[in-house]
Design a protein around this ligand. Structure first.
Ligand SMILES: [Zn+2]
Length: 142
């Protein structure tokens, strides 16, 4: 999915319409540099569009996007929070703090190359990959 409009058109193939609120929700996830939880999405939409979306409505929409395979989520058990991110982004590398749940994305060309080599060596057609490193962040390691 290269641009947001392409993604919207893809969704409209599955359901005829997409509400303005749902468009905003998807936009937040699409343009986010890291996975977001529902409260962060809610807050950001409030700030950017001055619209209040209730958490139950937000969860329904997120579930809808997950069922359409547009987004993915990671559940961080230690803080009982689910984080949502766009599916199908070529490479996704995250560092996740098990204490505070802070998620940092990182780019690493070497990892991406390595993953491609491993796939080739195994005659495996690689579509996407995800590297998740679990541990403790700087603030929590004190
Ligand atoms: Zn932490």
């Amino acid at each position: 999915m290269e641009d947001f409009q392409t993604l919207l058109n893809h969704i409209k193939k599955h359901s005829n319409t997409i509400s303005t609120k749902r468009t905003y929700i998807l936009k937040e996830i699409f343009f986010a540099s890291k996975p977001l939880n529902a409260k962060e999405i809610q807050k950001s939409i409030g700030n950017n569009h001055n619209i209040k979306i209730s958490l139950p409505a937000l969860y329904t929409s997120l579930q809808y996007f997950e069922e359409l395979h547009v987004i993915n989520s990671i559940f961080i058990a230690s803080i009982k929070t689910k984080y949502y991110y766009l599916k199908g982004v070529k490479s996704q590398n995250f560092l996740i703090c098990l204490n505070c749940g802070k998620i940092t994305s990182f780019k690493d060309v070497e990892i991406n190359k390595k993953v491609e080599t491993i796939s080739q060596n195994n005659s495996f057609i690689l579509l996407t990959h995800k590297a998740i490193l679990y541990g403790y962040c700087k603030e929590c390691d004190r």
